[in-house]
Design a protein around this ligand. Structure first.
Ligand code: CA
Length: 216
């Protein structure tokens, strides 16, 4: 999941942004002034920055020079009615801006759009509040990581990649455990039950006499 740095000196706004991003499954870093922000930019791998303009120590414009050099996508936070800030921010290379005050839904839409546009969005499969990150072998439910075993993850991955398709127990056994596995199809049932419990989902349907299907 993308890692987002929030640089904003107003604590309530900073915390609100952080909370909303984390609830959507993003990792966050938060800085209360320009210098703290710069320290993160210099030391961490960051996929997107949400940058306030008026900041103590170093302001947003001063930070932009470094951000551009590092090629990190940036959304600027601007005060209402400050057309000059918007124009200057975009001219300096910001990817987008949000005017304060803003709704969480607008913030999330813009974050998503900039990440997609800049190719920083990582591939994932989503259903309900569950997000599966294939590359990282990581699952989030409501933004919180759920621990699955290696086999459980592989099983869920197959079902998720074949959303809506009934997969036979034999097929699942063959793909996840391999041809020479000595166990029987009960193994699949036991693993499915554990996945259902861990994820608290009823999306994995039992198909009578066949196997399982992840409901699309
Ligand atoms: Ca500020």
């Amino acid at each position: 999941m993308a890692k987002i740095l929030i640089i904003e000196d107003e604590e309530p706004i900073r915390e609100l942004i952080k909370l909303n991003l984390e609830m959507s499954g993003y990792e966050t870093l938060a800085a209360a002034d320009g210098q703290e922000g710069l320290a993160f930019i210099d030391s961490k791998t960051i996929d997107l920055i949400i940058l306030d303009i008026m900041l103590p120590k170093l302001d947003g414009y001063e930070l932009m020079t470094t951000i551009i050099r590092k090629n990190i996508p940036t959304i600027m936070l601007t005060a209402k009615d400050s057309l000059m800030d918007k124009v200057k921010g975009l001219e300096m290379g910001a990817d987008d801006y949000i005017t304060k005050p803003f709704e969480a839904i607008e913030l999330l839409a813009r974050v998503k759009s900039v990440l997609r546009r800049t190719g920083k969005e990582r591939a994932s499969i989503v259903f309900d509040d569950i997000e599966i990150f294939i590359d990282q072998r990581k699952i989030l439910k409501g933004g919180i990581e759920v621990e699955l075993t290696y086999k459980e993850f592989s099983l869920l991955q197959i079902l998720a990649e074949n959303k809506g398709v009934a997969m036979s127990r034999e097929k699942l056994l063959e793909i996840v455990w391999g041809y020479d596995f000595q166990g029987n199809t009960r193994t699949v049932d036991m693993h499915i039950q554990r996945i259902r419990n861990k994820l608290g989902t009823d999306r994995i349907k039992t198909i009578y006499k066949v196997g399982y299907r992840l409901e699309a």
